[in-house]
Design a protein around this ligand. Structure first.
Ligand code: URA
Length: 240
């Protein structure tokens, strides 16, 4: 397999620049290869064997793309749908890749952190209950949390249909607002767990998934590539 890639392609693969922007910044001398500025977009290098930096910031090249979305309400967590907009529709053209899919599902009306990647191994690792990757949600609820609710979550709830849930954390933050930490992702799980305690959910937002924390500066519906340190933190999960 070809191990070398053109510099402009390599920068565009990170999802942070289009091919055109990559060519322009390389010609401006902003890219260094092993510490030396190079102005040749067509130069081929082996990305795993050289140190690359743009404006002094190290660039982590990866075969895969990792995107963080601030999912808005009203959008389906799916790759395509004939009737409703999907999260893939919100991904700008230059960030799309074959096989790009959401990691796990958020309900149509749930907002917040959604990771999208074409890295199937990471997708699998993050969803496996065996890995115990925490997913944290903020829920607006109708009611107030009691010590019994907290204890029931911690013990592992059994839902009305007999579904048994792993132990989970429930914290009351203020009247009508709580934080739920799950290690699995069953269908409508947070809503069903809270409903089983007589606490209907009015609004739900995911704020973290494992080491990945929602970037609250990201506007609703926007997507950005993960930063190098965010990718490294996620990939360390697949090494466990
Ligand atoms: N639990 C839910 O009920 N809905 C979501 O979207 C995610 C977790």
């Amino acid at each position: 397999m070809e191990k070398t890639l053109r510099l402009d392609k390599l920068l565009a693969d990170t999802g942070r620049w289009s091919r055109k922007e990559a060519r322009a910044l390389i010609r401006q001398g902003r890219l260094t290869v092993d510490g030396k500025a190079t102005r040749q977009p067509e130069l081929r290098v082996d990305p795993s064997a050289v140190g690359l930096a743009v404006d002094g910031e190290p660039i982590c090249w990866s075969r895969h793309v990792y995107l963080l979305m601030n999912k808005p309400s009203g959008v389906l967590t799916a790759t395509e749908d004939r009737h409703a907009p999907t999260v893939l529709d919100l991904v700008p053209e230059e960030l799309r890749r074959p096989g790009l899919s959401p990691v796990g599902r958020l309900d149509k009306d749930t907002t917040g952190l959604l990771l999208l990647t074409d890295d199937g191994a990471l997708n699998h690792a993050l969803l496996s209950p065996k890995r115990h990757v925490d997913k944290v949600y903020l829920a607006r609820i109708d009611g107030t949390i009691s010590g019994d609710d907290v204890a029931a979550f911690r013990a592992g709830l059994t839902l009305e249909d007999g579904t048994v849930c792993l132990p989970a954390e429930l914290e009351g933050l203020e009247p009508g607002l709580c934080r739920v930490t799950l290690r699995e992702g069953k269908f409508h799980q947070v809503k069903r767990m809270l409903a089983s305690r007589g606490l209907p959910v009015q609004a739900l937002r995911r704020v973290s998934m494992g080491p990945l924390i929602m970037d609250e500066t990201l506007p609703e519906g926007a997507v950005r590539p993960l930063k190098t340190e965010e990718v490294s933190a996620l990939l360390s999960l697949t090494e466990r």
